[in-house]
Design a protein around this ligand. Structure first.
Ligand code: SF4
Length: 351
C-alpha cells in the first residue's frame, strides 16, 4: 500500500470565490461563509486563518488543513529622512522585489512591483540594468500590498497605489489585471496609477478595461532615435504609434495622463527637447513630471542629473507653452529608492 500524498494547501491570497468555495465545500459551503472567508483576505487583509475571528475554532482548524495565507516576506526595511520607506520583499521562489511607501501631501502613496526584473532595459533605470526577470502573479502583487499595509499599519487608510516599481506592468497584463481585480475591494481605480514605458498593445488592452486605472507614461525622449537609445525595447513601438494610443485612451472628465520625463544631463535636457515636448503632446490632456535622474555610479555609470538651472529652464519652457509641469525629485534618494536600487544592493548581479 502506498501512502497518499496530501494535496497542497490553497493559498487564499489571490484565490477567487470559486476556489474559496471549493476548499469550503465539505466543511461549510454556505454562500455567506464563502464571502466571509474571501473578504477576510481581500478586505481585512488578515495574516492568518487564525485571525478570521467570526469563524468558529473548529472551522478555522478545518480550513487550515486545506488552505493557508501566505504573502511575500519583508526582508529589509529602510527609512529615508524624508519619510520614504523602502521595502524588499521575498517571494516563495526566493525572488526579491521592492516596494516603496511615500508620504505625500495629505495621503500616502504605495509603489508596487510587477516583475522581478525588467526586459525593457531603460538606460537610466537600475532595474533595467539588472536585466529581465519573471512575471509576478496577481496573487504575488496583491500579497505585496497586503504585507506592506499590515507592516506599516496603513490598512484602512486612504492611499494611492502606483505600479511604478520593478518591471513593466503592460508586459505582465495577466498579473496586473488579476491584481487590479483583487484590489477592487479596497482601492478605487481612481486611486491606482499604472506606469508604462509605452507598450502600445498593452495600452490598448488597458484602455478596454471596464475599471480603468489612471495612466502614466514614461516618455523621456522627444525623438524616436533618442527614445530608441534610452528605452530600447519600448521604442519598438514608434513615437507616433504611442501618441496615437494615448490619444485613444479613454479618460474620465477632468482626468489627465501623467507623462514622466527623466532628465539626463547632456542627453535629453536641451532647450530643443524642451521646445519639442509640448509640440509632441499637443492636444493630449497631460501633466508632465520632470524627474531629475537619481544617479547611481554602480549601476548607471556615466549618467548624471542636469544642474538645477538647466532643470528649471526646461520646466520654464514647458510652462511657457502652457503645460501643466512639476519637477519631482526621486523620493528617498538617500536610501536607494529609485526603481531597483535596493534590490540591486541585496541581490548580487549575475556576471
Ligand atoms: S524604467 Fe520601468 S520599464 Fe524601464 S527598465 Fe526600469 S522598470 Fe523597466
Amino acid at each position: 500500500m502506498t501512502a497518499q500524498t496530501p494535496s497542497p494547501r490553497l493559498n487564499l491570497v489571490g484565490a477567487d470565490r470559486a476556489q474559496v468555495a471549493a476548499v469550503l465545500a465539505d466543511i461549510d459551503p454556505r454562500p455567506y461563509r464563502i464571502e466571509q472567508v474571501y473578504h477576510w483576505v481581500t478586505r481585512r487583509l488578515v495574516a492568518s486563518i487564525e485571525d478570521m475571528s467570526n469563524l468558529s475554532k473548529p472551522l478555522r482548524a478545518a480550513l487550515s488543513e486545506r488552505a493557508m495565507i501566505q504573502d511575500p516576506g519583508i526582508v529589509e526595511t529602510v527609512h529615508a529622512p524624508d519619510g520614504t520607506l523602502k521595502l524588499a520583499l521575498v517571494h516563495r521562489d526566493g525572488s526579491v522585489v521592492e516596494a516603496v511607501v511615500m508620504p505625500m501631501e495629505g495621503h500616502v502613496t504605495v509603489c508596487l512591483s510587477v516583475q522581478t526584473g525588467c526586459a525593457v532595459g531603460c538606460v537610466f533605470c537600475v532595474t533595467g540594468a539588472l536585466g529581465p526577470g519573471r512575471n509576478l502573479t496577481g496573487a504575488e502583487i496583491f500579497g505585496q500590498y497586503r504585507a506592506i499595509l499590515r507592516s506599516t499599519g496603513l490598512a484602512g487608510q486612504p492611499l494611492n497605489l502606483v505600479f511604478m516599481g520593478m518591471g513593466e506592468p503592460l508586459l505582465n497584463l495577466e498579473g496586473l489585471e488579476r491584481a487590479l481585480e483583487l484590489l477592487a475591494d479596497t482601492v478605487s481605480p481612481r486611486r491606482i496609477t499604472v506606469s508604462t514605458s509605452g507598450i502600445v498593445p498593452g495600452l490598448r488592452r488597458l484602455a478596454a478595461l471596464p475599471r480603468r486605472p489612471n495612466l502614466a507614461v514614461s516618455l523621456n525622449a522627444t525623438t524616436q532615435a533618442q527614445r530608441a537609445r534610452l528605452m530600447p525595447a519600448a521604442a519598438r513601438w514608434p513615437l507616433d504609434e504611442l501618441l496615437d494610443a494615448l490619444h485613444a485612451y479613454p479618460l474620465e472628465r477632468g482626468r489627465r495622463i501623467t507623462v514622466e520625463y527623466v532628465l539626463l544631463a547632456g542627453i535629453n535636457d536641451s532647450p530643443d527637447d524642451a521646445r519639442r515636448l509640448p509640440v509632441l503632446l499637443r492636444g493630449l490632456p497631460v501633466k508632465v513630471n520632470l524627474i531629475p535622474l537619481n544617479p547611481d555610479p554602480q549601476f548607471l555609470p556615466g549618467l548624471q542629473a542636469p544642474d538645477e538651472e538647466r532643470i528649471n529652464a526646461f520646466a520654464a519652457t514647458l510652462a511657457a507653452a502652457h503645460m501643466n509641469v512639476t519637477v519631482r525629485w526621486s523620493k528617498g534618494r538617500e536610501v536607494a529608492a529609485a526603481c531597483g536600487q535596493l534590490r540591486g544592493r541585496l541581490v548580487p548581479t549575475p556576471g
